[in-house]
Design a protein around this ligand. Structure first.
Ligand SMILES: [Zn+2]
Length: 237
């Protein structure tokens, strides 16, 4: 029977590279772009910033609530910037007893989902003026939709990336890493406000169904609709 030490020594350098490639081979932006079916064009990728200070929510609510935008990271549509708070991420990982790098990856995926929802483009053949018009419409919509709709899109996109990646992973350790990410995602959700919460059934829902529901929500927001939390729950059930 193999011991833990044997398992450890069984992984050679090539396998370590395979595992790393399966887990981090695609950037958060690429992975979320595939899930949402839209990508940044013409240098519209967000600027990434790390704020070394405490997250703003600590001063008034401590670590009671762990909503992304209050404690972990945020996307600013005015400047196209994703700001992360490493101190908030490290402290939240401690509170939740999850690995900091798992939480860090979730923040990347969630905030890139906001960025792509705002300024991602589905078509690869549209002309610059068509893209400019589309982005102008998306900008108005993104700023007008209810918080519920925007956060549910970001949460569904994050979940879809994790589940698709887990399904595609071939190496046992890569699968285990995605299981860690998924555990951290649902563990974090229990400490978050309603707009961030997905029905538990979404963890096991058929993947193509999950993607259809995500695309439906995105299309609804693109059309100027802003479903309430209750409507979204019905769509996801
Ligand atoms: Zn968010």
């Amino acid at each position: 029977m193999k011991t833990a030490a044997d398992e450890h020594t069984c992984v050679n350098d090539d396998e370590i590279l395979d595992i790393a490639n399966e887990v981090f081979g695609a950037s958060a932006e690429q992975s979320v772009g595939r899930a949402l079916g839209r990508h940044h064009r013409f240098g519209h990728s967000p600027r990434m910033v790390e704020d070394p200070n405490d997250p703003p929510s600590w001063a008034h609510q401590g670590m009671e609530r762990l909503d992304y935008e209050e404690a972990l990271g945020r996307y600013d549509p005015d400047t196209g910037t994703i700001t992360k708070w490493p101190r908030g991420i490290a402290r939240a990982a401690e509170v939740l007893d999850v690995k900091p790098h798992s939480l860090d990856r979730l923040v990347d995926l969630h905030e890139h989902a906001h960025s792509l929802h705002h300024r991602g483009v589905a078509s690869t053949s549209a002309r610059p003026q068509e893209i400019a018009d589309l982005l102008s419409r998306q900008d108005k919509v993104f700023r007008a939709i209810r918080k519920d709709a925007g956060e549910q899109v970001a949460q569904l996109a994050t979940l879809l990336v994790l589940r698709q990646s887990r399904d595609l992973a071939r190496h046992r350790r890569a699968v285990a890493t995605f299981d860690d990410f998924l555990d951290a995602f649902f563990c974090l959700m229990r400490r978050q406000s309603d707009p961030y919460r997905l029905p538990p059934g979404t963890r096991t829902m058929d993947l193509s169904r999950l993607q259809d529901k995500l695309i439906l929500l995105v299309e609804m927001t693109d059309a100027g609709m802003s479903p309430s939390a209750d409507n979204i729950r019905r769509i996801l059930d």
